[in-house]
Design a protein around this ligand. Structure first.
Ligand SMILES: Cc1cc2nc3c(=O)[nH]c(=O)nc-3n(C[C@H](O)[C@H](O)[C@H](O)COP(=O)(O)O)c2cc1C
Length: 335
């Protein structure tokens, strides 16, 4: 390491302390996760929306909330709503908040699907000074353009994503196929809505969004933590128009309903039919109906959380060294 690199590292350590955790942090959890509850505030008694929301688009950041048809939504309250991310157990400490602004609705036969953008955010995972230092470094990197991201989120929206990923999000491998193309790729921008409805978002600029819009049918396979590194390995399939199933680095089996290849190691496979497609900005948002939910085995699944929340977990009892080792294994293990 050069003297300059050493100095940079020392300054970073001074500013960030023990909170230099990768932003996209991989953990293993039994699904559904029971660490964090997401509450909708501002419409009377807070409503548990942990299994009723999904990120719908990154630029601009849009969040979709699902309500029953019978819910009286009184639109006048919409701009007073916020999402609160709390510990599910123990002291139920507040971890983060996102203030919402009404954006629109998506027509749906069984649900009221309401879209929101972000008005303000508060993240309580790190002490104020450390959080400010992270934001400072992030702004500097954005300004310098050192992060060659294919989409550029606003500072506010990026902070809202940090909070959305306080709630552990499982990673799935999506299979889709038709006569002119087939693919399997990882995905985690998604969420249960309600009543057997599910939602997910894929970047417009990548091939999978076009494939899924065409096939209107997908299978989402959950990934055991032990096989987590495969999700990372086949991320490049987002850049492929089509793949050959036999080129996948693991064996497959046919899904029980449509017969599309899914990983042999899948713990659970959910087959879905696409009901609605919304082009929202950087992402295409898919609303799907679960037509079959097959559980093959139980076990710890691969999930993603934000590094700020992982720092909070390590401050509150999660072992630092073993969790960092496990994260690195997912990112680097070669099979
Ligand atoms: C674990 C994981 C989850 C991902 N989830 C999504 C997703 O939900 N939606 C999406 O459009 N892309 C998703 N991606 C794809 C990445 O955003 C990116 O497009 C892909 O890794 C290709 O990287 P590149 O653009 O740097 O070549 C995911 C990638 C990984 C590794």
């Amino acid at each position: 390491m050069t003297a300059l690199q050493q100095t940079k590292r020392a300054i970073k350590k001074l500013l960030l302390g023990e909170t230099t955790v990768p932003e996209r942090f991989f953990v293993g959890m039994a699904e559904p996760q029971t660490e964090v509850t997401v509450w909708l505030q501002g419409m009377g008694t807070p409503l548990d929306v942990t299994l009723r929301h999904s990120m719908a688009c990154a630029v601009p950041l849009i969040i979709c909330l699902a309500f029953d048809k019978s819910d009286d939504l009184g639109r006048r309250h919409f701009d007073r709503l916020s999402l609160a991310f709390r510990e599910e157990r123990g002291e139920q400490r507040m971890l983060g908040e996102i203030g919402l602004r009404y954006h629109g609705t998506i027509p749906h036969p069984q649900l009221q699907l309401v879209l929101f953008t972000v008005k303000k955010v508060a993240n309580y995972c790190l002490p104020g000074f450390r959080m400010s230092m992270h934001y400072l470094i992030r702004s500097y990197r954005q300004w310098k353009g050192s992060r060659k991201a294919d989409i550029q989120m606003s500072f506010l929206d990026k902070r809202a994503v940090d909070i959305l990923f306080i709630c552990p999000r499982s990673v799935v491998l999506v299979s889709a196929s038709d006569a002119s193309g087939r693919n399997m790729f990882p995905m985690n921008v998604m969420g249960d809505l309600a009543q057997g409805t599910f939602a997910f978002a894929l970047k417009n600029s990548k091939w999978p969004a076009q494939l899924v819009e065409r096939t209107r049918r997908v299978v989402l396979s959950s990934v055991p933590q032990a096989q987590g590194s495969y999700a990372y390995r086949i991320a490049a399939n987002h850049n492929r128009e089509s793949i050959d199933w036999y080129q996948l680095p693991f064996p497959t089996k046919p899904s029980t309903s449509s017969g599309i290849p899914i990983p042999e190691f899948a713990l659970r496979a959910r087959e879905m039919e696409i009901e609605a497609v919304e082009h929202l900005g950087s992402h295409t948002f898919f609303i799907a109906r679960i037509v079959q939910d097959k559980r093959y085995a139980t076990g710890v699944e691969l999930c993603v959380i934000h590094g700020f929340y992982q720092s909070w977990r390590m401050e509150h009892g999660v072992d630092r060294s073993s969790s960092l080792t496990e994260h690195e294994r997912v990112r680097t293990e070669a099979h």
